[in-house]
Design a protein around this ligand. Structure first.
Ligand code: ADP
Length: 325
């Protein structure tokens, strides 16, 4: 990582040096041409005055005007060409600068993603294995057994969401991905996902307000993944003793709201959080594990259902994701 940053710094320095050189060369070239135009004009003018005797006054004035006109045209030509070059160089430079930065940022995010995914994949597997080995080795009381099984199930479900996210985001990139839309009971789907979530995180208070018989056209598998991701985030980014609210209503469109009472999302980050691999903060400030894929997938799913998603501040604190499909 440090090596990459060093390379970027060197590339940036080389870029600026080259750019300064190109600008200086352009300025020098323009100055020289203007100087040349002026010299030619003065020479021609001098020549004209030497041969003044050959012309009558009217003719002489005409020739002088022609010279002045030519001089002005040459100056405009140099300034116009120089200006066009300058504009092209600026456009090219901005384009190169932005694409190199973007490439670098994407590379860093991908690297973070690979590290995060390796960790996120390994942890549930290691925890599940440990739990199962404990159950196999020792004759535990029933209560402890249930606890261990519950924890293993939780890890398994977490793994399932993560793998779904990775697979779906890879498929979404390809052209082969087709969503299978048909009419479905959105109320039942939301109730189902909430029940699964509650079974997974028993101590978390989940306040639901789900209107019955909300039917929409959509892909049930993807819509479930969308809601699981929002619930996972609400759980991950808010204190365990604060409730999570899920609300489903329908007027002209179905409106799904997932709200939490966590720290919320800074205003400046609201447009970034839906980008692929994007995670708020940096490696040193983040306390939570994640891949930066969750909200990217949520947004893609909403878009594929011709819906909208916005994130607002919850009151008194926290975030509120509002989806309309
Ligand atoms: P991940 O959770 O794996 O980092 P996401 O794409 O799900 O990736 O979320 C992107 C970022 O948005 C997260 O890193 C987090 O900073 C922020 N975020 C998402 N949901 C919430 C939430 N409910 N409250 C606060 N921040 C959130």
């Amino acid at each position: 990582m440090a090596q990459r940053r060093r390379n970027l710094r060197i590339a940036t320095i080389v870029y600026w040096v080259l750019l300064v050189y190109v600008f200086t060369a352009l300025a020098w070239w323009s100055y020289m041409l203007l100087q040349q135009t002026e010299d030619i004009y003065l020479l021609k003018k001098e020549n004209l005055s030497l041969t003044k005797a050959q012309y009558d006054q009217v003719h002489y004035e005409q020739r002088l005007n022609q010279l002045n006109h030519q001089r002005r045209r040459d100056i405009y030509k140099v300034v116009g060409e120089g200006g066009t070059f300058l504009l092209l160089i600026i456009v090219g430079a901005v384009f190169i600068y932005r694409s190199v930065r973007q490439q670098f940022r994407l590379h860093l995010q991908q690297q973070n993603f690979v590290m995060a995914v390796s960790h996120e994949l390994k942890t549930p597997i290691a925890v599940s294995r440990l739990n199962l080995e404990t159950l196999q080795k020792y004759q535990l009381e029933e209560e402890k057994q249930t606890k261990l099984l519950q924890a293993t199930l939780q890890e398994n479900l977490r793994l399932d969401t993560l793998i779904n996210n990775i697979l779906i985001s890879a498929q979404l990139e390809g052209s082969s991905f087709e969503i299978e839309k048909h009419e479905l009971d959105f109320s039942a789907l939301v109730t189902d996902v909430c029940a699964q979530f509650q079974a997974r995180y028993r101590i978390r208070e989940l306040q639901t307000n789900i209107q019955n018989d909300v039917h929409i056209i959509g892909d049930g598998r993807l819509l479930k993944l969308m809601l699981s991701n929002l619930l996972e985030n609400a759980h991950k980014y808010s204190p365990a003793d604060k409730p999570i609210q899920v609300q489903l209503t329908a007027h002209r469109q179905a409106t799904l709201i997932v709200a939490d009472a966590g720290a919320g999302i800074p205003e400046a980050e609201k447009k970034n959080i839906f980008k692929k691999f994007y995670r708020v903060g940096n490696e040193h400030t983040r306390k939570t594990q994640g891949t930066g894929l969750g909200l990217y997938i949520v947004k893609r799913i909403v878009k594929d259902h011709r819906g909208t998603i916005v994130v607002k501040n919850n009151t008194p604190g926290g975030s509120k994701f509002i989806i309309q499909v």
